[in-house]
Design a protein around this ligand. Sequence first.
Ligand SMILES: [Zn+2]
Length: 336
Amino acid sequence: LNASKATVLSHKNLDSRLKTKLPALGIDIGGTKMMAAVVNHEGMSGEPIKVPTPQGRDNILNTIVELAEKFRKEHSLSGIGIATAGIVNTETGTILGATGNLPGWTGTPIKKIIENKTMLPVHVENDANAAAFAEAQIKEFKDKACVVLLTIGTGIGGGILINGKLLRGQYYGAGHCGHIKLSMDKKRLCPCGLFDCFEAYASGSGLLVTAYEILANQSEHESSLVALANSKTLTNEAVLAAYIEKDTPASQIINLWHNHLAAGLSSLAHIFNPYCFILGGGLNSFIDLDVLTKLVQDITLPAIGEHIKIVRSEFGNTAGLIGAAQLLMESLMGPE
Ligand SMILES: [Zn+2]
C-alpha cells in the first residue's frame, strides 16, 4: 500500500512539474475587444487573436471557453490566465467590483466557472495588475523596491510592484490609481460614479472633456477644432493632429492634460517613491515624457522629484494577457 501511495505521489509531482513547462493561454477582456494568445516563460508566442467583447456576462464567459477550446486544438496548455477590469479576489477568482464597461460582472466567480467548463487551472487578475506583472519580468524592473505602472486609455488603470511582487492590498483593491482625487470641487463625474478622480481628467475621456471645455470659449475662426466641438464629433486624435499643426487651443488642451497627468503622478510619487513610472494604454503615445517629467518635478518634494523617471510600456496592449498567463504559470509552481 505504501509503495503504491509513493508511486501516485511521485507521478503527481512529475505531472505538476511537466505542467509548469507548458505554455498558458492569456486572455485580456477589454471594454470593446477580447485578446488571446499563447504565452510561455519567454513571453508571447505568435500573434494574439482579437474578437469583439460580446454583450453580457454569460456571452463573455462563453467566449473565454471557445477561445480556450480553439487554442487547445494546437497547443498543450497548463492553464488560463484572465486579465479583466475591476477589483478581483485573486484567491477565488471572483469579481468584487466593476464599473460601467462590463455590466453584470460584479460577483461573477470567473475562476470557478471557467475551471469547471475547461478542466484547466485558471488565474484571474485585474488587467493593470497583470500588465504590471508582465513588465516586472523585465530585468531592469525585477528587483526594484517599487515600480508603478499606469495604463492611460479610455480610463486609467494602475499596478504597483514592490520588490517585483504585486501590491494587492488587504482586500484586493490596491493600485486603483485612476480614482485618487485631483479636486474637491465636484467638477467632473468619473465613470466610477465618484467626482474628480484622476481618471476623469487624465484619461482619454478626461482629455476630451478638457477639450470641449476649452473650445466652448473659442470662435470657429480661431481653431479648426471648434467646428468639430460644435458638431460633437471631436476626437483625441483630432486634438493631437491640431496640436502638431500648432493650433493654439489644441496646445492649451494638451498642456492642461499634461498638468492633470502630472498631478496624479506627483501624488503617487509622494506615496511610493518608485524607481520609475511605466506608462501603457492607447493614449501613452500622446504624452511628451520630458514635458511630463518636468511638470511632475515642479510639484513634488525635491528629494523625491529629482528621481522621477517615466518610461513607456514594453508590451503595449498585450501586457495584460502576458502577465495574466505568467501569473497562472507562477501559481502552478507553488511555494518554492
Ligand atoms: Zn473614479
